[in-house]
Design a protein around this ligand. Structure first.
Ligand SMILES: NC(=O)c1ccc[n+]([C@@H]2O[C@H](COP(=O)([O-])OP(=O)(O)OC[C@H]3O[C@@H](n4cnc5c(N)ncnc54)[C@H](OP(=O)(O)O)[C@@H]3O)[C@@H](O)[C@H]2O)c1
Length: 339
């Protein structure tokens, strides 16, 4: 077969504030002979989807191994179809997910094959990027690890509740019997959070978070996606020995960091702050359970998800920026090819 076009997204410049598409990252095309390119015991994947996550921006700023290599392709969770294989665990036609370079065709080296998994088509590949992917795992692992089983009347507050992670957290909390308060930045997102089961949903841009929390009761669990002033309001509203699940601090990713003025109150209230990263020991503890339960709950409709599909590998930088700016409802997924 004649060489095919292989588009790639390259980190061209370390971003200072936000991402400037075409400057921070560049989209370039090379030719690739997909029949002849050496596999060296690995396998060749035709990319179909990529998960879009805030961490992509963080990794543009940091040096390797956490950060991306300047001048090299960015990477993240992706999914695709195996076109050629020299690896015993993967065969031609398999649908796979794993950490992939932002390229149309990816050669997975044998040494990285163990970080890939074969998936079935009981749910869409895009769902495997979000609710059944990194976002769902983050929600599931953090919730399992740190949210106490609810006794009647326990209250959970979720920030960025219409986002990829927050929308799953709302549902896990409801399944465990919590009263759920959820915040997001548009009225459309407020409706989405209500549809997902939130008992109280509000737009933090038009209603003060502290007023809602003061009215709706002390909170036993705060799922923190945003940090900043919202975290400060949550500390004021924390019940004694509340659990704060520190998932992310979105409010500071594009701007200045916020000085939390009442952090001291976590001491007399004995607030338990749990920072976590949804890999490593969490994957070892709940990875199998997640893979066995979440796709089924999604397929049956018991766990709902919203997603935004963005077409074209060349739109990767715009998709990450749109998420950081709050333009997404649910999970942003980049569609590279239909098949
Ligand atoms: N610990 C881990 O292992 C792990 C893994 C994955 C993700 N995370 C973290 O989890 C959090 C959620 O990630 P996600 O993928 O689900 O993102 P997301 O919530 O889908 O998207 C980002 C949202 O953040 C909100 N936002 C932006 N600026 C804000 C601000 N100043 N104040 C309040 N909200 C703001 C926007 O919604 P609004 O319209 O509501 O403002 C935007 O839609 C992030 O902090 C991410 O870094 C952690």
């Amino acid at each position: 077969m004649a060489p095919v076009k292989n588009g790639q997204v390259i980190l061209n410049e370390v971003p200072k504030a936000g991402i400037i598409p075409g400057q921070t990252t560049v989209y370039r095309e090379e030719n690739l002979d997909i029949d002849a390119t050496p596999l060296n015991g690995g396998f060749l994947v035709k990319t179909l989807t990529f998960s879009i996550d805030p961490v992509i921006f963080g990794r543009m700023k940091g040096p390797p191994p956490f950060g991306y290599t300047l001048g090299g392709p960015i990477n993240n969770l992706g999914g695709g179809r195996v076109l050629r294989s020299e690896h015993p665990s993967f065969k031609v036609g398999d649908l796979v997910t794993g950490m992939m370079n932002f390229e149309e065709y990816v050669v997975v080296p044998a040494a990285q094959a163990s970080m890939f998994e074969t998936v079935d088509s009981s749910i869409s590949l895009s769902a495997r990027m979000g609710a059944a992917g990194l976002s769902g795992k983050t929600a599931y692992y953090g919730w399992k690890a740190y949210a106490p089983p609810s006794s009647k009347g326990n209250v959970c507050f979720v920030s960025s509740g219409a986002g990829a992670v927050g929308s799953i957290v709302i549902q896990l909390a409801k399944r465990d019997g919590y009263k759920v308060i959820a915040s997001a930045g548009t009225d459309e997102k407020v409706s989405t959070m209500k549809d997902l089961g939130a008992d109280v949903a509000f737009n933090y841009k038009t209603t003060a978070t502290k007023d809602v929390l003061a009215k709706e009761g002390l909170i036993n669990v705060y799922w923190d996606n945003v940090g900043g002033a919202t975290l400060e309001a949550a500390i004021d509203a924390a019940a004694p020995r509340a659990h704060f699940i520190e998932c992310g601090m979105l409010s500071g990713y594009l701007g200045e960091s916020y000085h939390i003025k009442n952090l001291f109150m976590t001491i007399p209230k004995e607030v338990q702050l749990h920072g976590f990263i949804a890999v490593g020991w969490m994957e070892e503890n709940w990875g199998r359970e997640f893979r066995e339960t979440m796709p089924k709950l999604i397929a049956s409709g018991e766990i709902k998800y919203k997603e935004e599909l963005i077409k074209g590998l060349d739109k990767a930088a715009e998709a990450v920026t749109a998420q950081l700016e709050g333009k997404n409802v649910g999970k942003p997924v980049l569609i590279v090819a239909d098949e």
